[in-house]
Structures are given as C-alpha cells and as structure tokens.
Design a protein around this ligand. Structure first.
Ligand SMILES: NC(=O)C1=CN([C@@H]2O[C@H](COP(=O)(O)OP(=O)(O)OC[C@H]3O[C@@H](n4cnc5c(N)ncnc54)[C@H](O)[C@@H]3O)[C@@H](O)[C@H]2O)C=CC1
Ligand SMILES: O=C(O)/C=C/C=C(\O)C(=O)O
Length: 482
C-alpha cells in the first residue's frame, strides 16, 4: 500500500475480488519530479492466468444478471467515481503528469459518464425481429465471455473505462492491464467497483509490463475479446497473439492527424484550435499535429499562433494555472527530443520552441512548431506524441485533401473553414475515423470511434461497442403449429 498525494493506493493486482501480490515489484515514478510514488506488483503468466480464471468463474452469473441490475451496479460505480473525483484526479496527475485542471473538470467526469452512458444504453438496446417467409428472425446480443483490455498511459482511467463500461454492461467479465507507467487509478477503480457491490471476479486488474503480463493475457485461450489502445508496434504483437486463438480484437492506435485551415476561416478560431493541439503535452492520439494552412493566410496565421503558443504557461501540472505539464517518462522524452533534433538536422525551422525547457528541467519539453518541413520527412509522417506540430501550406482545396490524406494514419481530421459547402466536399474525401469542422474533441459516446488505415481496426462507441463485446445471434423460428 502506498500513499500518493494523501490517497491510499494498493500496489497489488485485483483478482477474484482480492488483492494479490507477486514475488517481484517495479517502481512507479512520477513524471512531475522523478520521485518513486509506489511499488507495484510485477505480474506474469501466472497472474494473467489467475485473473482470466477468476473472470471465467464469474462470467455465468454475471452474464445472466438482469440488464436492470447490471445497469444499477454500473451507475453505483459512477457514483463511486464521482465521490472520489478529487482523489482520482490528483492521483492520475501525480502518476502521468497531465493537468490536474483537466482531470478535475473534464477527464474524471468523463470517467463517470463512461459508466452512466453504457448503463443507460444497455437498457435501450433493442432486439431486432423480422420475418422471412413466415419464419421469425430474432437477433440477440449475447455476452462473449472474458474481455482482455490493454490500455495506455496518456489518459489512463478515461481510456480504460471507455472499454470497461461497455464490456461489463454487455454482460462480460473483464481483465484490465493498465500501462506500467500509470498503474494507480486502475487500482483505485478496483476499490470503487468493490464498494459499489460488483461481484468478485467480474472486474480484475493485473499490473506489470506489457511484454510480460500483457503478452500472457492476450495469448490466453480463455480470452474471448481483446480491446487495445496504444501504439502500432504493440498492436502488431497483440494481433499475432490473437491470431493463435482467432480472438476478435479492437485496436485504437496512433495518428498524425491534419488540422486544415482554409483562407475563409475565422482566424481567431483557427489559432485557438491549433494551440489546443498541445493539450496533455501533445500526448493525445487524436491531436491535429499537422497544421495545413492555405498559403495566402499562412504568414498571419503563423505570427498569431507563435504569439499564442509563446504565452502558454508551462510548469507543475498540479497548479491550476498551468497549460502544459511534463511528458510522461525519460524514455519518451528522449524519443520526442530525437524527433526534434532530426527535424532540425534535416533543415526544418522551429518558429516556436525546438527543445527541452531548460528553465524547468526534468521532463518539460517546449511546445514546438516547425515550418520548412518536407512532405516526405520523418517529422511530417511519424507520430511524435509530444508537443510538436508542423506547418505546411497549400494553394488549392485539391492539394489540401491530398496532403491531409498523405500519411499511413487516419484517426481524425479537423477543418477550419467559413464555407459549409467546402466543409461537406472536403469531409467526404478525408480518410479519418472522426472529422471535426470548426471544433475539436467534441465527443458524444453514441458516435463510432476509431481509426482508419494504421490508426486502428474496428470502431467502439454507442451500439458499435455492444456489437464488438457481444456474440450476435440470430434465431430463426418456424411458425408454431396452431
Ligand atoms: N487511438 C487511440 O485512441 C489512442 C492511441 N494511443 C497511442 O498509444 C501510443 C502511446 O501509448 P503507449 O502506452 O506508449 O503504447 P504501447 O503500445 O507501448 O502500450 C500500450 C499498452 O500495451 C501494453 N503492451 C505493450 N506490449 C505489449 C504486448 N506485447 N502484449 C500486450 N500488451 C502490451 C503496455 O503495457 C500498455 O499497457 C501512441 O502511439 C498513441 O497514439 C494512445 C491513446 C489513445
Ligand atoms: O474520447 C475518447 O474516447 C478517446 C480519446 C482519446 C484521448 O483522449 C487520447 O488519446 O488522449
């Protein structure tokens, strides 16, 4: 048990409704100041197996629990999240360095909303009936079984509960493997589910490294669904493991999304939206990191952007006035810096930032904007996952579309334009799971969410989540004899 920012957090796994330790542990380090904040159990194949078995044992009763009761319990979990919102927010900030302000105002309320939304959606989920030559077709959503959920560190509890809530609502049991850099809020969530009255084994957490407990979990024959959010290389490993048992999987991966600004745009709005892409120190998969700006306004846009970016406050994420906190980990910081150095070596110009924030030290990287970047350069095509944007210009709508679609990713795209007709024309041709027009990150959980190309496989959200987490069954019944 550790005390993090005054909150007691268990470092063990949560398996079958009990805390379980492992012979080995690893240190959880805060990106804010490099302090070790907790010792966490380092699971492996044994713990993955124990968690899947606990989830298998809990499945028959949970899958037959009425929809109303499942929904009630998920609302009770949401109540627990809301009751402990401040604790969850400060623990998450201490663990991953994202802004306390965001956790308090947006992220943790969204965590509660994830549970409430899917609880309510479950009760609305209809069943389809139709006739074929007098025979009745009845389509039902049957729970699939044990779901293995593997999640990243950039928005740990929000991205985990976005999967946990629909998986549980659908009548499945869950084994969650949070990222090893941010294990803490998953552990607090285990306490909250127990307090809410979720039966033992319905929700389990295994802690540890991806290559160890994560790999064992996704290769387990008892797992019926795998949902993963993270990087493309890890997705390849997980897909290969899933192939062995033909386990259905959902992948939400990285991006290199365009933010396209046309000359007819409201320039103040365009600059606001562009600066917003530094949110979470650039560690947002959906971020529009490639600014594509119509040539005639590029000079003015760049000047205004530089002024706005220069006024951002970088510092301790626990301070509510801070706009940009630290990046997650020294390894990740070095990776970001590598991208920036190679871009500079290749001749790019840093009109904003261009290196670590040496005044603050630690893991603080200056928000950076590059111009003079080649279309085929690394910095334009590879995901940095840090506060690093590029700016390229275009002359025609055709060219803008071509540039927007030019990477191997297709997660999101943002358009800023004053023309409704143009927005419709361009949107139709963009390869992206989500397109925002004159806005960014407006999310309705009813909407399908996921990526095209190498940004993902499949969609979750709304009824698409139930489609993924269930085995759809069609029962065809002949007319009964009268
Ligand atoms: N599309 C989306 O919604 C999002 C995508 N991402 C992407 O994730 C990346 C950053 O997150 P990271 O945590 O660094 O990604 P990552 O792929 O390294 O790790 C994600 C999770 O996978 C686990 N893992 C690693 N190797 C594994 C293996 N062999 N088997 C099973 N599990 C394994 C890790 O322990 C962690 O829990 C970025 O590329 C980002 O774009 C991040 C957030 C949202
Ligand atoms: O809104 C969602 O469901 C997913 C959002 C993704 C992020 O916040 C992220 O990758 O940072």
């Amino acid at each position: 048990m550790a005390t993090v920012a005054g909150v007691a957090v268990e470092g063990g796994h949560w398996i079958g409704g009990e805390r379980v330790s492992s012979p080995a542990t690893f240190e959880d380090v805060s990106p804010i100041d490099g302090q070790v904040i907790a010792e966490i159990a380092r699971g492996g194949a044994e713990e993955a197996d124990a968690a899947v078995r606990a989830a298998e044992a809990a499945f028959p009763a949970w899958s037959r629990t009425s929809r109303e009761e499942r929904a009630r319990l998920l609302h009770a979990v949401a109540d627990g999240v809301e009751k402990r919102l401040e604790q969850l927010a400060i623990v998450e900030t201490t663990d991953n360095g994202a802004l306390l302000r965001s956790h308090l105002r947006g992220v943790m309320p969204r965590v509660a909303h994830n549970f409430r939304f899917f609880a309510d959606r479950l009760l609305e989920l209809g069943h389809e009936d139709f006739d074929t030559r007098g025979h009745r077709n009845h389509v039902s959503w049957d729970p699939a079984g044990v779901c293995a959920l593997i999640t990243p560190w950039n928005a740990p509890l929000m991205l985990a509960t976005w999967k946990i809530a629909p998986a549980l609502a659908a009548g499945n049991t869950v084994v969650l493997k949070p990222a090893e850099w941010t294990p803490l809020t998953a552990s607090l969530l285990a306490d909250i589910t127990a307090e809410a009255g979720l039966p033992a084994g319905v929700f389990n957490v295994v802690q540890g490294y991806g290559e160890e407990v994560g790999a064992a979990l996704v290769a387990h024959p008892g797992v019926r669904r795998i949902s993963f959010t993270g990087s493309v290389p890890t997705a390849r490993h997980i897909s290969a493991a899933a192939a062995a048992h033909l386990t259905p999987l959902s992948l939400e991966l990285g991006g290199k999304s365009p933010l396209v600004v046309f000359a007819d745009a409201d320039l103040d709005l365009a600059v606001d939206l562009a600066v917003e892409q530094y949110d979470n120190a650039g560690q947002v998969c959906l971020a529009g990191t490639r600014l594509l700006v119509e040539e005639s306004i590029a000079e003015e846009f760049t000047a205004r952007f530089a002024a706005r970016a220069g006024a951002l406050t970088q510092g301790d994420p626990r301070d509510l006035a801070t706009d940009i906190g630290p990046n997650i980990h020294p390894e990740h910081f070095a990776r970001i810096d590598g991208f920036v150095r190679r871009a500079l070596d290749a001749g790019a110009t840093a009109v904003v930032g261009g290196g670590p924030n040496t005044d603050l030290g630690g893991l603080y990287y200056r928000p950076t904007l590059f111009t003079g970047v080649a279309a085929d350069s690394e910095i334009v095509n590879e995901e940095v996952f840090g506060p690093v944007l590029t700016l390229q210009t275009f002359r025609t709508e055709e060219q803008a579309v071509e540039m927007a679609n030019s990477t191997r990713f297709g997660l999101s795209a943002t358009l800023v334009t004053g023309s409704e007709e143009r927005a419709a024309r361009v949107t139709e041709r963009l390869v992206a799971g989500t397109v925002w027009v004159n806005c960014f990150f407006v999310r309705d959980l009813k909407a399908p969410f996921g990526g095209s190309r190498q940004s993902g496989v499949g969609r979750e959200g709304g009824d698409w989540s139930f489609d993924f987490y269930c085995d759809l069954k069609n029962t065809v019944t002949a007319p009964w004899a009268k």
